[in-house]
Write a protein that binds this ligand. Structure first.
Ligand code: HEM
Length: 419
């Protein structure tokens, strides 16, 4: 029997099954109190990693890009070699100054102002979906609502034809849900493990999304438009256009990052509002700003459990010594419940005054590029809902994704009772 030291996790946070009942908030509370930077042993051949659970330590790691590099497997707790990292590299897996140059390429599409242009369209689509669902009895909300809004918004932003939304949803479900038996994809068996590890998200659905990315790039070279794909095909970095891998990885990251996270935040938000009718009533009564409510929904949902870094040199953090080459995972799921940062963090408080949540990251250069896009959709959803729906009820399933990385909702049965 192995004996745990004071600075080890008591559960294996890399075990996807563990997260299926929701984030392990009790263990996170213990870690924040007793072992804020804890070693998580792995038992499957991959090296262990450090789990950083306090808000302030997460901000410190995020900021210090020289000590904590992003160049190695940011969205996974597994080990990767240089060839795998290079082939899969996106904006997320770059450090300054290269990261800043790549981020600038699409930034104009993601500013508050740029995104504001989408509002009317998002509002009319959300209205149409809600009109259909309100007062219509029980329905499954992921399929009918929360999957639909983000993908439509993303297609508008990127310039992807609306008849491709079902493909994009299928691929991103496969890429994000590869540890969940509900998303088993037989295509995986056509490739060896070594081949898959060279693919983004380690999954061949990425190759199908790449095909779409290539078709769109060819079209936008011939017919430029005002969209993010056109920005990418016209981009120059260090005086040259993007390589094919750079373009495809960028495209895929936007498609997946913009789709899954927003969807799951909406689902968690609706569930929280159903579970806390008094908070929904407060919002509907007016006096609580939409932005305040959106922030609390984001904090509560915290759809990205962690991102991770790799130490470029020895460092001291939270009472432990991190060695060069160690993996360091920042648990936003824990930071968003840190009692040193939030008053009564377990409470869902729609009017929470101090709420510098870290659902989009915090303090570092990788802060979510699409945060205005996500916030716009969340704001429109609750505003349009408030006009129509007096009570939200959970009527059956609340199925959580089996993933150590994404706090996903696979199915959510709801009823919207009209005002
Ligand atoms: C509620 C929805 C969303 C959440 C919770 C979320 C969360 C995050 C997080 C945690 C990061 C990493 C931050 C870090 O490492 O410091 C990130 C990065 C990123 N997100 Fe989001 N995201 C959301 C929506 C979106 C949307 C809608 C898009 C695009 C349309 C998007 C695009 C990106 C991109 C491109 C990055 C990489 C930024 C970089 O490395 O510089 N995200 N997001």
């Amino acid at each position: 029997m192995t004996t745990l030291t004071a600075h080890e996790t008591r559960i294996d946070l890399s075990d996807a099954a563990l997260w299926q009942d929701g984030p392990p908030h009790d263990e996170f509370a213990r870690l924040r109190a007793e072992a804020p930077v804890a070693w998580n042993q792995r038992h499957d051949g991959h090296r262990g990693f450090w789990a950083v659970t306090r808000y302030d330590d997460i901000v410190a790691v995020s900021r210090d890009t020289e000590t904590y590099s992003s160049r190695n497997g940011v969205i996974s707790l597994d080990d990767f070699d240089d060839a795998q990292n290079d082939k899969r590299r996106t904006l997320l897996e770059m450090d300054p100054p290269q990261h800043g140059k790549m981020r600038m390429l699409t930034l104009p599409g993601f500013t508050r102002r740029g995104v504001g242009a989408l509002e009317q369209d998002v509002r009319s689509r959300v209205s149409a979906l809600l009109d259909r669902l309100t007062g219509a009895g029980s329905f499954e909300a992921v399929e009918t609502l929360t999957k639909q809004v983000p993908i439509i918004t993303l297609c508008s932003l990127l310039g992807i034809p609306m008849d491709r939304t079902a493909d994009l949803i299928r691929w991103s479900d496969m890429l994000i849900g590869s540890d969940d038996p509900d998303f088993v994809d037989p295509i995986v068996d056509h490739y060896t493990e070594a081949e898959r590890r060279m693919m983004p998200f380690g999954h061949p659905a990425a190759l199908q999304a790449f095909e779409m990315g290539r078709e769109l790039a060819a079209d936008r070279r011939a017919n430029p438009r005002e969209d993010v794909v056109t920005m990418l095909v016209q981009a120059q970095v260090d005086g040259r256009p993007l390589t094919e891998d750079e373009y495809l990885n960028y495209f895929l990251m936007l498609v997946v990052a913009g789709n899954e996270t927003t969807r799951h935040t909406m689902s968690h938000g609706l569930r929280a509002l159903a579970d806390h009718p008094e908070e929904w009533e407060r919002f509907r009564a007016g006096g609580v700003k939409s932005q305040t409510a959106v922030d609390e929904i984001l904090r509560r949902a915290s759809p990205v459990h962690f991102v991770r870094r790799i130490a470029t040199r020895e460092a001291e953090l939270g009472g432990v010594t991190i060695a060069r080459g160690d993996k360091v995972a920042m648990y936003f799921a824990s930071g968003n419940r840190d009692e040193a940062q939030f008053d009564g963090p377990e409470r869902f408080d729609i009017a929470r005054a101090q709420n510098a949540h870290m659902a989009f990251g915090k303090g570092g250069p990788h802060f979510c590029l699409g945060n205005y896009v996500a916030q716009l959709q969340l704001r429109v959803l609750i505003e349009e809902l408030a006009m129509r729906v007096a009570r939200i009820e959970t009527t059956g399933r609340v199925n959580i994704l089996r993933s150590n990385h994404i706090h996903g909702v696979k199915a959510l049965d709801l009823a919207f009772h009209s005002a």
